[in-house]
Design a protein around this ligand. Sequence first.
Ligand SMILES: Nc1ncnc2c1ncn2[C@@H]1O[C@H](COP(=O)(O)OP(=O)(O)OP(=O)(O)O)[C@@H](O)[C@H]1O
Ligand SMILES: [Mg+2]
Length: 247
Amino acid sequence: MNWLAEVEELLKGKTEGEVFEKATLHSLWKLMNSGLIDSFDFPISTGKEGNVFRARCKGKLLAVKIYRINTATFRSISKYLMYEPPAKVKRDRRSIIFAWAQKEFNNLKKLSQAGVRVPEPIAIEGNVIVMEYIGTEEQPAPLLKDAPLENAEEVFRKIKEYLRLMYHKAQLVHADFSEYNVLMHDEEPVIIDVGQTVRRDNPMAMEFLQRDVRNIARFFRKFIRIREEELMEYILEGENEICKNSN
Ligand SMILES: Nc1ncnc2c1ncn2[C@@H]1O[C@H](COP(=O)(O)OP(=O)(O)OP(=O)(O)O)[C@@H](O)[C@H]1O
Ligand SMILES: [Mg+2]
């Protein structure tokens, strides 16, 4: 059996009839061949831009995010990349999607280094990102929007802190922040989906930050009293606090 057939076989029935592009199969094969992925368990999510799978490597659970090359949301990707053009990227669809995946991988690294709880990035190959899996053996962690919140105040406090670290230490703005892009694992918020995340010096950054703040304030307002302006101030004026804490 050739490698294409092997990987197709492995994923058969796990993507509801979807056929992967050749480039995707090639990336998956490379990752499997170099011992970074042993097997796939099940799809965690099938979205419009790609799929996320539960996978395994030497007994460890992994999450594998695969960006679809033939994506309908390609235009919105181009919009985000416009202000932060990656160096030396060809203008074809495949290269741009690869650059997009690379951007998400780099953002995960930067955020993790800044102390923001995100899935640890493990490997990248083309349009495929391998990262830490958040969840239990049985099921992936629920999104914040679906999770039972025992202590909304404490969760909000952590999220506020992460947004502040993101802005000052990683110098990034999430740009798609909401209860849909936070996983809840043992009452701990874990921030995901940082492909569209932009640098703080991006001309759109402030607009994106305002939208992020609006979204998360809207969600937490169901549980606690929140003023958007206060939250915005907390994030923007956090620099001194962060410096103090890291001394
Ligand atoms: N590391 C992970 N561990 C467990 N589950 C994850 C992980 N990363 C992503 N997921 C699950 O996969 C879903 C899609 O991931 P993500 O939000 O990064 O992709 P997306 O392409 O933006 O998809 P969507 O359009 O659904 O937001 C998430 O909502 C979450 O349920
Ligand atoms: Mg998402």
